[in-house]
Design a protein around this ligand. Structure first.
Ligand SMILES: NC(=O)c1ccc[n+]([C@@H]2O[C@H](COP(=O)([O-])OP(=O)(O)OC[C@H]3O[C@@H](n4cnc5c(N)ncnc54)[C@H](O)[C@@H]3O)[C@@H](O)[C@H]2O)c1
Length: 315
């Protein structure tokens, strides 16, 4: 897709972070935007910002991406209200830090329902409209954790690896069939958004050295360098170039390289580094992993918010 002007883009998770930045960046390029989220206030604020920044048509809808019927109804509504739809950004996501043994099944299911099934529902519901637009693009947000496994990230890893496989298979199918639609998988590293605040951390993370959760969260948030606006610009450039994948941030690029050079060894190296850090923390009486690769996730207590993507230092 060479230009976004005159196109229509649907964005999930548009109330915050990269979703909001994508909405603004597209509107500034004269692209109509159809925005959805479960956060009503945040969604209204994004719509207000879009209207203040441009004259494009903007519609909003409360949609939980994990509910297929809701996503399908929204896709139909977007096509009716905007007359067409060219782009779907399956961006909504949440994170959860827990060990494999400690993760609550309900939280595990919630992560997969939103982070994976939300992407599947968005892709399948919008594809017919993207096809009939004659110039369509599916943009699915995975993560750096869709490239490498990380301790404490089993649920998020499972969902984000699945998004990558799903999107790559989709892209190949679209190419084979000569569809007027393409697909891009996005792998952000640590981006300054609300994801840390919105996340949950299970107490089982203490086994991996995450015990001072608030302190760890603060350090991780401060380590993030890439803004949501920068990330959105990179995503849009990737769509214009028809990139198969977009890696955002030095951390994502370095980790991608490590994973490709040492596909069978990086887990072992990560485990060894984490064990060393844990041992050092126990000796000094602090087990916070926030300056190291041991947990890779900022966090807060179960009652609050918490985890986020790893900082550059973890790459
Ligand atoms: N920020 C990072 O460091 C980072 C790194 C890698 C990947 N990601 C991914 O990027 C995407 C955007 O996240 P962000 O960083 O902008 O976070 P964010 O928390 O700022 O935004 C996520 C949005 O998704 C919405 N959402 C949550 N559950 C939903 C549901 N069931 N249905 C609809 N909307 C829902 C939230 O209300 C929120 O507005 C996510 O898929 C996330 O996993 C983020």
């Amino acid at each position: 897709m060479r230009s976004f002007a005159g196109k229509v883009a649907a964005i999930t998770g548009a109330a915050s972070g990269m979703g909001r930045s994508l909405a603004l960046a597209l509107a500034r390029r004269s692209c109509e935007v159809a925005l959805s989220d479960v956060d009503e206030r945040g969604l209204a604020e994004t719509a207000r910002l879009v209207r203040a920044a441009s004259k494009v048509r903007v519609t909003t809808k409360l949609v939980d991406v994990s509910v297929e019927s809701a996503v399908r109804a929204w896709a139909e509504e977007v096509a009716t209200e905007h007359g067409r739809c060219n782009l779907i950004f399956n961006n909504a996501g949440v994170s959860y830090a827990a060990t494999v043994e400690g993760a609550e099944l309900s939280d595990f299911e919630r992560i997969v329902d939103i982070d994976f099934w939300g992407v599947v529902h968005g892709t399948r519901a919008f594809l017919p409209y993207l096809r009939s637009s004659g110039d369509g693009h599916v943009i699915n947000t995975s993560s750096l954790f869709g490239l490498i496994a990380f301790p404490g990230q089993c649920t998020y890893n499972a969902a984000k690896f699945a998004v990558r496989g799903f999107t790559e298979a989709l892209r190949i199918e679209l190419e084979i069939t000569g569809a007027p639609v393409s697909a891009t998988c996005v792998h952000p590293g640590g981006i300054k958004t609300n994801i840390a605040q919105a996340s949950k951390v299970h107490p089982s993370m203490a086994a991996l050295g995450v015990d001072d959760l608030d302190e760890a969260k603060g350090r991780f948030e401060r380590a993030f360098r890439v803004t949501a606006d920068d990330a959105a610009e990179q995503i849009l450039r990737g769509v214009q170039k028809d990139a198969r994948r977009v890696l955002i941030g030095t951390d994502a690029r370095v980790i991608d390289l490590v994973q490709r050079i040492l596909p069978g060894r990086y887990h072992g190296l990560l485990a060894r580094a984490s064990r060393r850090v844990l041992a050092a923390g126990r000796k000094s009486g602090t087990t916070s992993p926030s300056t190291t690769a041991s947990s890779g996730r900022a966090s807060v207590r179960e009652s609050g918010a918490g985890a986020s993507e790893p900082s550059r230092s973890t790459a």
